[in-house]
Design a protein around this ligand. Structure first.
Ligand code: 5AD
Ligand code: SF4
Length: 444
């Protein structure tokens, strides 16, 4: 057996892509290992979304170069180093120019060609760079069998983005919006269920813009896809992420009201609360549109947990603008959220603006926003105390008999689960709320 080490950075879609690379390499005789030492193939699956992503990759590559030389010196054989993902897509040839130890560079839309790329590298002895956006369907070329994945799994249903928010690199690294056909997704979902998966998170950069070819030959919306998948026996829970406010269609809101397998959790980024900033971000909605949307979603599913993404310090953002972000946050009451300092991404429109916000102002705003979001998350968790809810048992805990499960709202729940197994759905009452997780007891 040869050994492959895949290190994944960034979003859940990269986690999914890394798994699919592993699936491709299995038949070529590779087994996955947890560390880079002693690996015959090392893949960095990189992210380009924020701060110094490329620099971090180069510094990691410097370490791997030493490892590679050390291993060769000790007769351990050749170590092939590959850079995949969004930094690979953005940097391309530059990577092999700057770091001679790199053998392969390929983007998020070309990793299905990994076996061929490895072959080309072996035959020519030269570095191979593959960052075109190919016309063929990547997914149709990926290995079919899904090996054991645990109880929860990601499934990419949509990729790329046509929205062109002025801060965002995704349309350039992942390419144009693309939806997989329903039949292809169904086949993958069934394979996951056969491998023991009970909860599937449908992934897409813009997942609620999904419009894939339906089983009936018509275009299916995300709500249609969810309805379809929820009929598969063995799928107990469905989630989806990440959504854009503009694509939050009526049928999807209705699905949250009506489909018991669709979990009451929605990640719906607003990014900023000031209409002027939203406009300059090219978001295509105002703060008020977002709040009205949230009101409709809550009407459909009152207990829904909301999460979001925020950017502070977008070019030209004033203190007054930022306070509107705080105001929207207060109005929504998030169960959790991600917030970031604006980071100029080369090639995006906002990066060229002259009115960049000073670093210390960004840091101050981020701290204030995160303090508010932290309080809201605590409040949301606290409100779960005493509540009954179904929990899907996911993995062993640290204590004998303890298992860790997941609530409908994506919280980790610790419980004494003697007599139950991983993969079981149990009804619990939450009886303790800690800083990071909930504890509960199972109903007899
Ligand atoms: N700077 C900071 N944060 C960003 N994000 C995307 N691009 C940038 C950027 N240039 C954040 C957004 C997005 C999340 C995935 O990352 O909030 O929703
Ligand atoms: Fe990072 Fe975006 Fe690429 Fe995901 S799609 S790895 S978040 S740059």
């Amino acid at each position: 057996m040869k050994k492959v080490h895949i290190k994944s950075y960034g979003c859940q879609m990269n986690v999914y892509d890394s798994q699919r690379m592993g699936d491709l390499l299995g038949p070529l005789g590779y087994e996955a290992v947890a560390g880079p030492e002693d690996a015959d193939l090392i893949i960095l699956n990189t992210c380009h979304i924020r701060e110094k992503a490329a620099e971090k990759v180069y510094s990691e590559l410097g370490k791997l170069r030493q490892l590679k030389h050390e291993r060769a010196k000790q007769g351990g054989g050749e170590t092939v180093i590959a850079v995949a993902g969004c930094v690979a897509q953005a940097e391309g040839e530059e990577i092999v120019r700057r770091e001679k130890a790199v053998d392969l560079v390929f983007g998020p839309q070309t990793y299905h060609r990994l076996p061929d790329l490895l072959k080309a590298r072996a035959v020519t002895g030269r570095a191979v760079v593959e960052t075109e956006f190919p016309a063929e369907d990547k997914f149709a070329h990926l290995a079919k069998a899904a090996p054991k994945r645990g109880v929860t799994a990601f499934l990419t249903v949509q990729e790329g983005c046509d929205k062109f928010c002025s801060f965002c690199v995704v349309p350039y690294t992942r390419g144009a919006e693309f939806s997989r056909p329903v039949a292809q997704i169904e086949a993958e979902a069934r394979a996951l269920v056969a491998a023991g998966v009970r909860e599937i998170t449908l992934l897409g950069q813009n997942v609620n813009a999904y419009h894939g070819l339906g089983a009936d030959g018509e275009v299916s919306s995300l709500a249609g896809l969810i309805t379809y998948l929820s009929r598969i026996d063995g799928i107990e829970r469905l989630r989806f992420t990440t959504s854009h406010p503009r694509d939050m269609s009526d049928d999807l809101i209705e699905a949250h009201a009506e489909n018991p397998k669709l979990m009451p959790y929605l990640h719906l980024p607003i990014q900023a609360g000031s209409d002027r900033v939203l406009k300059e971000m090219n978001r295509g909605h105002r703060a008020e549109d977002y709040l009205k949307l949230i009101a409709r979603i809550r009407e459909a599913r009152p207990d829904i947990a909301l999460s979001g993404d925020f950017i502070v310090g977008f070019p030209g953002e004033t203190e007054a603008d930022f306070e509107e972000t705080l105001a929207v946050t207060r109005a929504v009451r998030y169960a959790g959220a991600f917030s970031f300092k604006y980071s100029p991404r080369p090639g995006t429109p906002a990066a060229d603006r002259a009115d960049q916000v000073p670093e210390e102002v960004k840091a101050d705003r981020l701290a204030r926003l995160q303090a508010l979001l932290g309080t809201q998350q605590k409040d949301f968790n606290q409100a779960c105390l005493g509540r009954e809810m179904p929990v899907l048992l996911e993995k062993p805990g640290r204590h004998p008999g303890q298992l860790i499960g997941r609530s409908p709202y994506l919280q980790g729940v610790y419980l004494d689960a003697r007599g139950h197994a991983i993969g079981d759905m149990v009804n619990v009452t939450i009886d303790r709320v800690g800083s990071n997780a909930l504890s509960a007891h199972i109903h007899p």
